[in-house]
Write a protein that binds this ligand. Structure first.
Ligand SMILES: *Cc1c(COP(=O)(O)O)cnc(C)c1O
Length: 363
């Protein structure tokens, strides 16, 4: 009996990407094995934290690293770390931050909703958000103006498909924060393959979801400067208690990082591109469909399949209503466009998607 059958759960085909409501990603057998090996064992958790720091540093080029429960937690704890540092009194006070520098500057276009608004993840630490610019544009001058205000504790930037409007030059934004003497934190949750690029902006911390493109168990990876990473870890004696990583998550992250380093990156990228191109070729044979390969707007080294089809919303609804349900990206369905991310899918699943599309479009 499969795990889905045992618990009466739906088998789904996830062409929506690293999407939290669908279980995010598929871990390798090696990562799953490491997790299974960890569960019945005891560990000195601080040692596990130190090994994780070394591994994150080695893979990303950062000075240090930490694992917390997830990236939502990492946002809260990075803000807490910038307000309270390692001071036990302040750590115990949070989320009461009234006697601390507690304003977090953020471009208004970087307010995103990944299931909750990131504004709430910031406010959960006790901080207040000061938005710069508007939804369509935030210039470096706009940022500078907010950073010049009183009680600023850090600058929070987001690198994601979800950000709106004109892209900000992250290097210049980080510099603007540093000119005011405050750290810059980048949420790059779904950007694991680009962690080194995000650190190269000069950011003090980069936050990554392990369960997205690293395909580890759910975990928030924090990579950055020794001082601020240490302050993030210190929050575990405060508001970070409920956001701590499990032992199996840390072991899973270590295993996944090892596999990532051993991987032939160029071959992986070429294989992904070939998979997308082959799907595009077959999708273009379907009646009324124009398919093409489109690059990731945030610079991830992976392409998605764009399907232009009349009645895209109906097609998406019917894909989800079938057995197995098939989930695609529907943000642009009102423009008659659907996007598919193929990374975790195997040949059988791709064939099922094409067959179902043919059936739906034939009606
Ligand atoms: C997924 C995501 C998050 C939340 O990550 P979790 O690890 O699920 O908490 C935060 N920010 C962005 C941009 C995301 O894509």
């Amino acid at each position: 009996m499969s795990i889905h059958e045992r618990h009466r759960l739906s088998v789904v085909i996830n062409a929506r990407g690293t999407y939290t409501p669908l279980g995010v990603s598929r871990s390798s057998a090696g990562v799953a094995g490491a997790v299974a090996e960890a569960l019945p064992e005891f560990f000195v958790m601080a040692e596990l934290g130190d090994r994780a720091s070394e591994a994150i540093a080695q893979v990303t080029g950062a000075q240090a690293g930490a694992v917390v429960h997830c990236t939502a937690a990492a946002i809260t704890l990075a803000v807490a770390a910038s307000m309270a540092g390692n001071d036990p009194r302040r750590i115990a006070m949070l989320p009461d931050a009234k006697d601390m520098h507690n304003r977090v500057v953020m471009p208004a276009s970087h307010v995103v909703d990944y299931g909750q608004s990131n504004l709430q993840a910031v406010r959960l630490a006790g901080a207040q958000v000061a938005l710069a610019g508007d939804e369509t544009r935030c210039s470096i001058d706009d940022l500078d103006e907010e950073l010049d205000g009183p009680d600023v504790t850090c600058l929070l930037l987001v690198s994601s498909r979800l950000v709106k409007g004109e892209l900000i030059d992250l290097v210049q934004a980080v510099r603007a924060a540093h000119r005011r003497g405050v750290p810059a934190i980048i949420d790059g949750a779904a950007q694991f393959p680009r962690t080194a690029d995000l650190l190269a902006t000069g950011a003090d911390l980069v936050l990554i979801s392990g369960q997205k493109y690293l395909a580890s168990p759910t975990a928030g990876l924090v990579a950055g400067t020794r001082t601020l990473v240490r302050a993030v870890r210190s929050q575990e004696e405060g508001i970070g208690r409920g956001m701590k990583p499990t032992k199996e998550a840390v072991i899973g992250v270590l295993a996944a990082l090892e596999e990532w380093q051993a991987k032939d990156r160029a071959k992986w990228e070429a294989d992904q591109a070939a998979k997308v191109n082959s799907f595009v070729r077959k999708a273009n044979e379907l009646p009324g469909v124009v398919a093409e390969s489109v690059p990731d707007p945030a610079g991830l080294p992976l392409a998605r399949v764009l399907l232009k089809v009349v009645g895209a919303a109906r097609v998406a609804t019917e894909l989800e209503a079938g057995v197995p349900p098939i989930y695609v990206l529907t943000d642009q369905q009102d423009n008659d466009e659907l996007l598919l991310e193929l990374v975790p899918l195997d040949d059988d699943e791709l064939t099922i998607i094409l067959t179902r599309l043919a059936m739906i479009l034939d009606r």
